[in-house]
Design a protein around this ligand. Structure first.
Ligand code: PSU
Ligand code: MN
Length: 304
């Protein structure tokens, strides 16, 4: 492994070398989270939004034995259209690299790779968390453990309402992960702007977030940093509709015996069909919104 496992897009490397803002983007949402062709459209849009705000996007994925930090359009397309893409969390990275295949990084995998690359700001749709019924299944996303150990700022629309949000917030508290509500006192619930659960800290501008995160790093507190960004009101779904769709999706998944890494993609897919695409439109809107905020925070960080 003469050159090491990281392979940078030239513009990402140049930006990192000169201290210009970079935003990491995950790839599981492209390969497993959204249907075709919207997935490729969104992957391209997110990069354009980050550039529009004056930062450089770095979509992260595993390809041919390398952790790619930034993808070109051909690589984005491969990720969005291939049927054989592994879902890569911390535990999978080494094996997928060794196998040389395509791997899409989850929030945990992307945080880890971003940190290796020297990128400190990352936008996703929604972090994973404690699944409903975790007391039986033990299904708790590795995203939470990664947030406990890797000092990357993650912009997220709260967490997916398919999860047990109170337990998710409890774990974040136990593991010492700051959760900042951006312009809100409550933790967002992905497709809905609010879960009704209080966030520990509210901040209303990107400068304040950048300052808090800079201190978090200077004190070497070690953990990640969650910025919870509610979906724009105009794009949000009605709570009752979402709850009905979730109940149905959970029921179907249980009956089909779906477990482990397949749970999250299966639930998202089922909710998409029950809401006749409304959940997809909301999902796309919130990820775009997160990419924009992440770019603004990355910019604010470089101005400190
Ligand atoms: N948010 C989305 N769509 C997704 C995911 C998050 O809008 O597909 C992905 C993320 O990559 C996240 C993963 O890290 O789901 C969580 O999976 P699990 O619950 O298996 O840890
Ligand atoms: Mn899981």
């Amino acid at each position: 492994m003469a050159a090491g496992p990281l392979a940078f897009q030239p513009d990402v490397l140049a930006a990192l070398g000169t201290g210009r803002p970079v935003v990491a983007l995950e790839s599981t949402i492209i390969a497993h989270g959204l249907p075709r062709p919207q997935n490729l459209g969104l992957a391209r849009d997110l990069e354009a939004i980050v550039r529009e705000e004056g930062a450089v996007p770095a979509t992260i994925a595993l390809m041919a034995g390398k952790i790619r930090i930034g993808l070109d359009d051909e690589q984005l397309r491969a990720l969005a259209t291939s049927d054989d893409v592994a879902k890569v969390s911390r535990r999978d990275i080494a094996a997928v690299l060794a196998g040389g295949g395509l791997g899409a990084t989850t929030v945990a995998g992307t945080m880890l790779a971003a940190h290796m690359a020297g990128i400190s700001v990352f936008a996703t749709g929604g972090i994973g968390g404690v699944h409903r019924g975790a007391e039986e299944s033990f299904d708790i996303s590795a995203d939470l453990d990664e947030l406990a150990r890797t000092p990357v700022l993650v912009v997220t629309a709260g967490a997916k309402a398919i999860l047990d949000l109170p337990k998710t917030l409890e774990v974040l508290e136990t593991r010492g992960v700051p959760v900042i509500g951006f312009g809100t006192d409550t933790f967002p619930a992905f497709w809905c702007g609010s879960s009704g659960l209080t966030v520990p800290t509210r901040l209303d501008c990107t400068e304040a977030i950048a300052q808090a995160f800079a201190l978090h790093r200077r004190l070497a507190l070690g953990s990640g940093f969650v910025v919870a960004n509610p979906i724009p009101e105009a794009d949000a779904l009605d709570r009752a509709t979402v709850e009905r769709a979730i109940a149905q999706a959970l029921d179907d998944a249980r009956r089909a015996g779906i477990g482990g890494r397949d749970v999250t993609p299966a639930l998202l897919k089922r909710i998409l069909t029950t809401t006749a695409g409304a959940s997809l439109r909301a999902n796309i809107a919130l990820v775009r919104n997160n990419a924009r905020l992440a770019a603004r925070i990355a910019l604010a960080l470089t101005r400190l």
